[in-house]
Design a protein around this ligand. Structure first.
Ligand code: NI
Length: 260
């Protein structure tokens, strides 16, 4: 029996949250046995904590996304740090840089640096979002010594060259739905090249549904399609990809490898 670990699913998304029981039941049927739910703003962090408290196989990441950087108020970072004391919080995220939208870059830069420093203090890995900001993200993460906390390049969209820079920083590479798209080239090249001990899989639910569900609502059950595509690119079995990404996620999140 295959066991899959979806390292990034926004079950805390306002549209997804009310349907979470049916989504988790389909995930169970598909062999998805653990899920990490990342926050992106204050309320979504609270919903991630709520889910992690209710379901033992779900844990939370807490953090403020660059697209929501302007909604971060005084006191939010202190609260974020206090949430990190909970056992159910396994990472700080998702955080990062996004140059696709118009949030001022200096605001994003400051928020990212503050949260990487926080992650180093609490000794939890970071979950990094990078959209159209490849050069700056690598530079800022290096300057802030992200390797002291460790972390994930979530839904990695860079080249093999950038992957190597991220590996040098001590980061894991997580691949999602885009690796399955018919026109996918870079993510497939990355899938073939990532060292086994640094590869993770994810859905980014409800976004970026894999082929043949592209354009529809994504959900953790679909992470198997991501694992299958990666298995094909690496010439490995889907069982092998499931097992090695399981082990990697448990190591990174300090989550005991064996289920109760
Ligand atoms: Ni996300």
């Amino acid at each position: 029996m295959i066991r899959l670990f979806d390292t990034h699913a926004h079950l805390n998304d306002a549209e997804v949250f009310p349907r979470v029981d049916e989504i988790l039941s389909r995930a169970q049927d598909a062999g998805v046995r653990r899920i990490v739910v990342p926050g992106y703003d204050y309320d979504s962090c609270l919903r991630a904590l709520d889910l992690a408290a209710r379901y033992p196989h779900v844990r939370a990441a807490v953090g403020f996304h660059p697209n929501d950087a302007e909604s971060v108020r005084d006191g939010h970072l202190a609260e974020l740090e206090s949430w990190c004391a909970q056992d159910a919080v396994v990472a700080v995220g998702e955080i990062g840089l996004d140059y696709h939208y118009d949030v001022p870059r200096d605001v994003q830069d400051r928020l990212l640096r503050d949260q990487v420093r926080l992650a180093r203090r609490v000794q939890k890995p970071v979950v990094i979002h990078d959209r159209d900001a490849h050069e700056d993200i690598v530079r800022v993460l290096a300057e802030e010594r992200v390797g002291d906390a460790g972390g994930i390049m979530h839904c990695f969209s860079g080249s093999v060259e950038m992957m190597n820079q991220c590996l040098k920083l001590g980061l894991y590479i997580s691949l999602g739905g885009p690796v399955t798209f018919k026109n996918a080239k870079r993510p497939v090249a990355v899938a073939a090249e990532v060292p086994s001990e640094r590869l993770l899989i994810e859905t980014d639910t409800p976004w970026l549904a894999p082929h043949p569900h592209r354009g529809k609502a994504n959900e953790p059950a679909f992470v198997r399609l991501v694992a299958e595509t990666i298995a094909g690119a690496r010439g490995q079995s889907v069982e092998a990809i499931a097992e090695l990404t399981w082990d990697n996620a448990c190591r990174l999140f300090a989550w005991e490898r064996d289920e109760p």
